[in-house]
Design a binder for this molecule. Structure first.
Ligand code: SF4
Ligand code: SF4
Ligand code: SF4
Ligand code: SF4
Length: 283
């Protein structure tokens, strides 16, 4: 999967036709084989753009920051990224007419060791679901699979599970990189930010991390699209997908097989109420 040339040509044309002010894409780090996001502001910078199976980040995160706000923005989205874009559109955070979306029919991305990422192995929607033009050959829609780590976690008892999570939360340094890197965490004042929240009195211990991350995961329940931007940003390398994939499974199994961001306009499981909604899974 390498769409570097096509993306460079598309972006050069977009600037030449004065259709965008800024383009969010990927560039090489300059010191290894990995990539980082880049915001291109003129046609002279287009040659910096790359796209291949190392283009791991979800660029929709840049739509919540000032350097794209009120601008005409072009960006690249893979299937998972496009689901978060659908949610941002649905939740009124971005205007479709201000976007030019280069969608990718995605064959999967790899981690820094070159291994296909776990979310890609289990991906149901590899092709961008919202786009102006699509690059690549479309794939058939996948089948829902319970995440392999969640299967293992579910086999543990409640006490063992709690101890397991406490051990994970012990390594959290409350840096908030996870919430800052999530495209769906766009609140200007966040209730779990250590610097601004009055909830924890500045405490940085396991119980405050436990509370903050559980709260965070509930704010993403029925919204997380499994792009793993948060996990890639975590300096403690915490397996944050365990929180989100747990919620995803509970919601899929109990709320009409809901999966987030698949259609623009679908506000998600927590916005729909039905008398038939079950509650027996609540602890
Ligand atoms: S999760 Fe799916 S869409 Fe996202 S990078 Fe992996 S294969 Fe591509
Ligand atoms: S919580 Fe993490 S995996 Fe889920 S949408 Fe946000 S960044 Fe992506
Ligand atoms: S954790 Fe909750 S309050 Fe904080 S930015 Fe995310 S959705 Fe907003
Ligand atoms: S990025 Fe990692 S260490 Fe930082 S607050 Fe989130 S979970 Fe904790």
């Amino acid at each position: 999967m390498d769409y570097t040339k096509q993306i460079q040509e598309i972006v050069a044309k977009l600037f030449a036709e004065d259709k965008i002010d800024v383009f969010a894409g990927y560039r090489m780090t300059g010191f290894d084989e990995n990539q980082v996001p880049v915001l291109i502001q003129s046609s002279g910078e287009v040659s910096r753009l790359v796209f291949n199976d190392k283009s791991v980040f979800n660029l929709c995160n840049y739509l919540k920051y000032d350097h794209t706000r009120n601008k005409r923005v072009g960006l690249v989205v893979k299937g998972c990224d496009s689901r978060s874009l659908n949610l941002l559109l649905t939740e009124g955070q971005v205007k479709r007419e201000r976007l030019y979306i280069v969608g990718i029919a995605c064959d999967g991305v790899v981690d820094e060791q070159g291994n296909k990422m776990q979310n890609c192995e289990e991906c149901m929607f590899p092709d961008a679901l919202v786009y102006d033009e699509l690059l690549g050959t479309q794939h058939p829609e996948g089948k829902y699979k319970v995440n392999s780590d969640i299967k293992e976690l579910a086999s543990k008892g409640l006490v063992e599970r709690r101890a397991y999570f406490e051990e994970i939360f012990e390594s959290c340094i409350r840096c908030n990189a996870c919430r800052h890197s999530c495209p769906l965490c766009y609140c200007t004042k966040c209730c779990i930010d250590q610097e601004t929240s009055k909830l924890y009195n500045g405490a940085n211990n396991t119980s405050s991390a436990f509370h903050a991350l559980m709260t965070w995961s509930l704010h993403l329940a029925g919204r997380c699209v499994d792009c793993r931007n948060c996990e890639k940003a975590c300096p403690s390398h915490l397996p944050l997908h365990l929180l989100h994939k747990w919620n995803e499974r509970v919601i899929y199994e109990n709320f009409q097989e809901h999966l987030s961001g698949v259609k623009e306009g679908d506000r998600g499981a927590f916005y729909k109420y039905s008398l038939q909604d079950p509650d027996d899974f609540i602890m």
